[in-house]
Design a protein around this ligand. Structure first.
Ligand code: HEM
Length: 270
């Protein structure tokens, strides 16, 4: 009988090796019959619309952020969120993870690199409307820097960034120039996933590896829901200038944003 199915991200491969950043080429998900694990197919087949399911007509009448949120929620399982629809989880449930301090530190270091990259891109604003996403209050590179310094003071060695973080960061740099709408999808997911599932993950991992401290990574200055509302409003405002094709381009990137996020956590999986 098939074992528990979840998206297996092979260590030597990044989701980005498998799915180059072009609209036409998307990661293809299939079930590997022998193991039952859902894997991103290595094949780079051209597929028309294999990523997030298309928005329904009702969703299309709503502000764009609601389309983005609906596309993201469809990629969750019911185990992750009550509204989730995905049958086979894209990663093992957090309760099954076997994190170590070393693995968690790798995740924090890679996350810092990813946040630094997003923050640098919007600061540079090579695409003028990226400037709307400066200083949102959701930035996490400084809190992560403080958390890593705390771990160092506790006697832990802070690792250098490793493959998932380095690959994702350089992909984001490239995407920010070549495909702004797809870049926005990653921007949204990195920040909003962290405020939702990210906090659940942080709490459970801290319990498992016995960290007594509340990390700054999970604390925001000011009212988090107001900060989120402000960013949602900016996303809506920016996307109001996009064509339907550009909006779809953004939604099409959703599954890849999930795969990249999961890849950053793979050091904590069994
Ligand atoms: C252990 C894995 C995960 C868990 C437990 C989890 C859990 C959740 C929960 C509880 C919510 C809030 C739903 C609500 O407000 O009603 C949420 C929202 C969300 N999650 Fe996840 N999630 C996980 C993985 C991911 C991943 C991998 C991504 C993408 C990188 C992601 C992206 C999002 C987004 C974009 C939202 C919507 C946030 C918003 O607009 O308010 N999640 N998730």
């Amino acid at each position: 009988m098939a074992a528990l199915t979840f998206l297996s991200v092979p260590r030597a491969q990044s989701p980005l090796d498998r799915a180059p950043p072009t609209r036409a080429v998307n990661a293809v998900f299939r079930v590997r019959p022998r193991t039952g694990f859902l894997v991103v197919a290595a094949s780079r087949r051209l597929v028309a619309a294999a990523a997030a399911p298309a928005a329904s007509a009702a969703e299309r009448d709503k502000p764009f952020i609601e389309e983005m949120r609906a596309a993201a929620m469809r990629l969750h399982t019911r185990d992750q969120d009550r509204g989730g629809e995905k049958e086979a989880p894209m990663e093992p449930p957090v309760d099954k993870w076997e994190p170590t301090v070393e693995g968690y530190l790798r995740f924090l270091v890679d996350s810092k690199l990813v946040f630094e990259t997003l923050e640098a891109v919007v600061h540079r604003a090579a695409v003028p409307w990226y400037a709307e996403f400066r200083n949102t209050g959701l930035e996490r590179s400084e809190p992560l820097k403080k958390d890593l310094e705390w771990f160092r003071q506790q006697g832990h060695t802070i690792p250098e960034p490793c493959a998932p973080g380095i690959t994702y960061a350089s992909f984001l740099e490239e995407l920010s120039v070549k495909d702004p709408q797809a870049f926005v999808c990653h921007f949204y997911n990195v920040h909003f996933a962290h405020t939702a599932g990210g906090r659940i993950i942080g709490k459970k991992v801290a319990e498992k590896i016995h960290i007594q401290k509340e990390l700054e990574f999970y604390e925001w200055e000011g009212d988090l829901s107001q900060l989120q509302q402000d960013v949602r409003a900016k996303l809506n405002q920016v996307a109001s200038g996009w064509s339907r094709a550009e909006k779809d381009r953004c939604l099409d990137e959703m599954e890849k944003a999930f795969a990249c996020s999961i890849d950053l956590r793979r050091h904590m999986f069994p």
